[in-house]
Design a protein around this ligand. Structure first.
Ligand SMILES: [Zn+2]
Length: 488
């Protein structure tokens, strides 16, 4: 991209040449007209507010508050699956940090599932060309909500399908009593081209619905090829609709191995997945308000989810999101800025294993959604922010241009219209018409680590995290302090 400045210079010199050639005054063209604010933009974003947004930006880009928060959440507390002691400790930690900042903090009860991973192994015990007395190790992990095999495992033939149609075509006769492997390949080219979430959406259907589909045809266990973009033989866990059979994700490499061998003949697997389900527990959404100075009853939500999968330490998914939401409040307090509306920081519980936190909030606050004037969630990692995915009206998009101009200097000025709610935890709000935003991070590497043991603190680049905190704080404060609530 060329910068606005060089574009203007090019235009000016072109017009100077044109002037000498035609010796008549050049008409100003739209191309080099300087951007002017509309009346509505000027009213909503007076000079003082724009200056405050600039101050937030400068402070955010040199602040390490968010990094310290995510470091504590991931390294001192660790993985935070719903219903775990670490999730509980993380709720207490975030609540106490936000209290220390001077926010009004509540813990909202959330009934959460408790599912705990056990030992998990697999090996191929029969396959074409097998060397007598040997087996081949398969690297895999149980999917969230999976049932358990017997403690010493189960042995069955494996059938490989590339999609649901192939499963149907095989029919009950060829599936019953076997282990089904869904070998849907994650589209890495799509991810590399900046469409990682589209690639994820295509492949994740099999993780979500595959086990139930396999059960319909009598399968005794279901495996999926890991939904991810890296090649380090890492399995990716994630939510799957409980089917009542063992369900796991094998690595991409192991999916290839099984598929190649199955194309040559019979493949038999010994599979051991031993997770346990316990009765539901009580978790909490952490809800912390920085009260609005003029319209405290109007709410702008800034948020991320506090729970994580158990394999890694939940750094990019989504300790980072919680940390940047916390920093939005920290920056305003540090700079003594008072939003007109209430800025509400939410650390959501249970995004990963069913969304009970978002459901509890909807149940408790639905009657107030008319006064929720906007909601932001960061749940797409900690990569460089390019702007926001937004499910908002065209009028609202146009109105926010002065805010995008503030975000421009660090490359975060995209406002991409989203047909879907841009965040799982704010989806219910978005469905009732609350303007909803998700930080639009560079996601090209996100699915290398997503839901794996490698989702750890080192994957967060501190300068990228600062930009994310800047984006969250600038947009959050702008939405909370613009003159009128953002139009729906
Ligand atoms: Zn997440």
């Amino acid at each position: 991209m060329i910068s606005l400045r060089s574009a203007v210079l090019v235009a000016l010199s072109a017009s100077a040449i044109a002037q000498t050639q035609q010796s008549k005054p050049a008409q100003p063209t739209q191309f080099f007209a300087l951007p002017q604010m509309t009346e509505a933009q000027q009213q909503n974003f007076p000079p003082q507010l724009l200056e405050e947004l600039q101050r937030i930006k400068s402070a955010a880009l040199t602040d390490d508050y968010a990094y310290r928060q995510v470091a504590h959440l991931t390294e001192n507390i660790g993985p935070r699956p719903s219903g775990s002691m670490q999730a509980r400790a993380a709720e207490e930690y975030v609540a106490s940090e936000l209290k220390q900042l001077g926010l009004d903090v509540q813990l909202e009860d959330v009934k959460v599932p408790r599912w705990v991973r056990g030992p998990e192994t697999a090996e191929l015990v029969g396959y074409p060309g097998q060397v007598s007395g040997t087996s081949q190790k398969i690297v895999l992990t149980a999917l969230g909500g999976s049932s358990s095999t017997p403690p010493d495992g189960m042995t069955a033939d494996v059938v490989v399908v590339n999609n649901f149609d192939e499963l149907k075509a095989l029919g009950r006769e060829k599936v019953a009593g076997r282990i089904v492997l869904f070998n849907e390949i994650f589209d890495k080219q799509k991810a590399a081209a900046g469409m990682a979430f589209a690639a994820y959406g295509e492949a994740v259907r099999y993780r979500g619905a595959g086990p139930r589909a396999a059960l319909e045809f009598g399968a005794i266990a279901a495996l999926v090829r890991s939904v991810g973009s890296a090649d380090y033989r890492l399995p990716h866990t994630g939510f799957s609709f409980p089917a009542g059979i063992p369900a796991g994700a094998v690595t991409a490499e192991d999916a290839d191995l099984i598929a190649h061998l199955a194309a040559q003949g019979k493949v038999r697997m010994h599979l051991t997945l031993t997770p346990q389900k316990y009765p539901d527990g009580i978790g909490h959404n952490v809800i912390a308000d920085l009260k609005g100075s003029e319209h405290p009853e109007q709410i702008v939500v800034v948020s991320g989810h506090l729970d994580s999968w158990d394999l890694g330490t939940g750094a990019i998914d989504d300790g980072a999101g919680v940390a940047v939401a916390m920093e939005a409040a920290e920056l305003l307090q540090k700079l003594h800025l008072h939003p007109k509306r209430t800025l509400r920081v939410i650390a959501w519980m249970d995004e990963e294993s069913g969304g009970a936190g978002s459901q509890a909030y909807t149940k408790d606050y639905a009657s107030e959604f008319v006064r929720h004037t906007a909601a932001i969630e960061s749940d797409a990692g900690a990569g460089h922010p390019m702007g926001f995915d937004a499910r908002i009206s065209p009028v609202a998009t146009n109105l926010l241009q002065p805010v995008l101009d503030v975000l421009q200097s660090f490359g975060a000025s995209a406002l991409q219209p989203s047909p879907y709610p841009p965040g799982a935890d704010i989806a219910a709000m978005s469905e009732t018409g609350v303007p909803a935003f998700g930080i639009l991070q560079d996601g090209r590497k996100y699915f290398d680590y997503h839901h794996t043991a490698a989702d750890t603190l080192d994957k967060i680049v501190p300068s990228d995290l600062r930009e994310n905190a800047a984006a969250m704080a600038i947009m959050g404060y702008a939405l909370a302090s613009m003159k009128d609530p953002l139009p729906r």
